[in-house]
Design a protein around this ligand. Structure first.
Ligand code: PRX
Length: 658
């Protein structure tokens, strides 16, 4: 198969990468497990291996069967009962962890809050009771639209405690995107805040929520966290009597005694929406026992977490990384989790490093797009701070270019910290392909090999094994998505129907394998973009553009970007009588940001009287990508009107980015 356009040459560069980084000896000596036999053990008895991990958790009732696999539907730990909040909190209360910091949080303005496991358990229980008081029952959906404040984790855990299904919506999404997600899940309660700080500004979440709430009939109550009274003044928070309630009022009178609801291993823990190849985001459904088992296991081995670590994952709780590796995986391990509200460059570009020094962060997990930004800002920023406590670094979200990897290793890791490049997805729930820092010799740019127990391979279009093709997961894994909320058919079609062999999962990524067996993930092969580590469907952006009264047709493609990885380029055909103008470019960009959220704002818009299409009417994205990247044109013979492309390309070159 042909890898995604533009990745072939990138891949050649990657495969020329011959720097090798064996695990440091002292690191290996201290690690939980320090030899490769774990891979063989997992292979010999995959079910026994996962069952051993599950046995580390606290179950109210043990399972009768480890796996019931009726492709594409899997049930893990069938018949078992447990509660995720109980595993993340209650079971740490009986020993010294009781008084250990579970969460160390710093707000962007510099305010600090620390919760011990005791504190966190208490507040989660109180809020869980408060939710019950609002009528929330097991199986009900609760939408969470919060900034990166402790209450985000508390709200998730409170839902888990009473068996309510949470749906966290990233705070950067627009009111319309929030409303769509609330309506799709039919949520009863929304938890939001008056605002949150970002780069010195206040994001008015409650005001956005109020706009969304005009179209969300299922919402009965809105719980509002007061992030700060000054914020409420600046965002002019208004509360609708009876419907809207302040979080602190609810907590004040709530009892801290809230027994954790026994949940079936397969009960749904959460829904998380993610972009796909249609205009409509998919509600990825994760369940309880398998999800917790894999996030627990991967957190333990990939991050080698120890009792005295201070672990910081810079993701937002609105994404899967925040769910699995800020909240559930680390807390199930009894770790100390750092959480920061704001931007990495506020008040200056050294903020992350200042935080690492201040809290003695030992394990740091971030995205390649952030690393590329740090590189651009220069090593003088990390050099101002004491990063000597760091012992392990991680990346996730997109392919990392070897230069960024090496920079990260040198200037953040002081050439002593192993780097784990972890490949996984919203759908996989937990890490799937990754080095194990205590055994794997790493190569910059490669996620190396599957986590023990996971089986991944590369297949061509016909389902034959190859060393360059589509990434495929060929065996079920505990934290796999169970379905798409309300659309099991889409679940089958999207992930399980690419090849004839039943039970072969198609993640949508292209990859290669080198002669040492290392996997190199190249990126998406479908119409999903990865902009600064955020997944955005081209169709979503196209629908947002076509929603504007001046637009007749739009085609959106990814354009290579040195910091964001990909940026959005849109080719737009206007309606009759509408004229291209700079003002319209500005208006269209703003319109997309308003409809979806700022993360989807196109970087470049190019007007075109026509779009290049095949004879059957399909837009030829490959050509548009080439134009957006300023590359030589590919084969245009299948085009209805080859002239269109030639003209477009010429215009793009002349005008550059509008
Ligand atoms: O293309 C892959 C890329 O991110 C996609 C998943 O996006 P999302 O569901 O938003 O989850 C991101 C955080 C887990 C994948 O299909 N991706 C993720 N990690 C890597 C990666 N690409 C290359 N290397 C990675 N380490």
């Amino acid at each position: 198969m042909t890898p995604p356009d533009g990745t072939e040459s990138k891949l050649d560069d990657l495969l020329r990468e011959d720097r090798r980084f064996p695990p440091p000896e002292d690191f290996r000596a201290r690690a939980h497990v320090s030899d490769e036999s774990v891979y063989d053990e997992a292979e010999e008895d995959m079910l026994g291996y996962w069952a051993r991990w599950a046995e580390d958790l606290a179950w109210f009732q043990l399972w009768d069967q480890v796996l019931d696999w009726q492709p594409p539907h899997a049930k893990w730990f069938v018949g078992g009962q447990l509660n995720v909040a109980h595993n993340c909190l209650d079971r740490h209360l009986h020993g010294p962890r009781r008084n250990k910091a579970a969460l160390i949080w710093e707000g962007e303005p510099g305010d600090v809050r620390t919760y011990t496991y005791w504190d966190l358990h208490r507040e989660v229980s109180q809020f869980a009771n408060a939710l019950k008081g609002l009528g929330v029952e097991k199986g009900d959906r609760v939408a969470i639209y919060l900034p990166m404040i402790p209450e985000a984790a508390i709200a998730m855990l409170a839902c888990a405690r009473i068996g309510a299904i949470h749906s966290v919506v990233f705070g950067g999404f627009s009111p319309g995107s929030l409303a769509d997600r609330i309506n799709d899940a039919d949520a009863r309660v929304l938890i939001t805040a008056d605002g949150g700080y970002r780069r010195g500004n206040v994001i008015p979440l409650k005001r956005n929520a109020d706009e969304a709430l005009q179209q969300t009939p299922s919402i009965e109550h809105v719980v509002v966290v007061a992030r700060g009274w000054d914020i409420s003044r600046t965002t002019q928070t208004t509360m609708q009597p009876k419907r809207d309630l302040w979080y602190h009022d609810l907590i004040r009178d709530a009892s801290a005694d809230c027994p954790a609801e026994p949940m079936d291993s397969e009960d749904i823990l959460f829904i998380l929406y993610t972009s796909g190849t249609t205009g409509q985001p998919k509600g990825v459904v994760h369940s309880t026992g398998g999800y917790l088992t894999q996030t627990y296991a991967t957190t333990r081995w990939v991050f080698d977490l120890k009792e005295d670590d201070v672990y910081w994952c810079t993701a937002d709780v609105g994404w899967i990384t925040g769910h699995s590796y800020i909240v559930y995986g680390p807390l199930a391990n009894g770790a100390t989790v750092m959480m920061y509200e704001g931007a990495p460059d506020f008040p200056d570009r050294g903020r992350f490093w200042e935080l690492c020094a201040k809290y003695g962060v030992t394990v740091f997990y971030t995205a390649p797009t952030a690393i590329r930004a740090f590189m651009k800002w220069g090593e003088e920023w990390p050099e101002k701070h004491d990063l000597s406590q760091l012992r392990l670094l991680g990346t996730v979200g997109e392919p990392i270019n070897p230069e960024a990897w090496v920079w990260y290793h040198r200037f953040i890791g002081g050439e002593r910290c192993p780097i784990v490049d972890t490949w996984w997805q919203t759908e996989t729930g937990g890490i799937m392909i990754t080095p194990l820092p205590w055994v794997t010799e790493t190569v910059p740019g490669s996620a190396t090999r599957p986590f023990p127990g996971i089986q991944a391979t590369l297949l061509d279009e016909a389902g034959r094994e190859t060393n360059a093709g589509y990434l495929a997961i060929t065996r079920p894994w505990p934290s796999m998505l169970r379905t798409i909320w309300g659309d099991d058919e889409r679940f089958r079609q999207t992930y399980w129907s690419k090849w004839d062999e039943p039970g072969t999962y198609f993640p949508g990524d292209g990859a290669k394998q080198d002669e040492n067996g290392n996997l190199w993930i190249l990126g998406r092969v479908d119409d999903v973009l990865n902009v600064a580590g955020h997944r955005i469907g081209t169709m979503e952006v196209e629908s947002a553009l076509v929603d504007h009264p001046a637009v007749a047709e739009a085609a959106v493609v990814g354009k290579t970007h040195d910091v964001k990885g990909q940026a959005i380029a849109a080719f737009v055909t206007l309606r009759d009588g509408k004229e291209p103008s700079d003002e319209l470019v500005v208006a269209l960009k703003a319109h997309v940001a308003e409809v979806i959220g700022a993360i989807a704002r196109p970087e470049a818009i190019l007007f075109s009287a026509d779009l290049p299409k095949t004879r059957s009417g399909k837009i030829m994205r490959r050509l548009l990508r080439d134009i957006a990247d300023g590359k030589a044109l590919g084969d245009t013979t299948t085009l209805a009107d080859p002239e269109v492309v030639a003209r477009l390309k010429q215009r793009y070159e002349e005008e550059g980015e509008p």
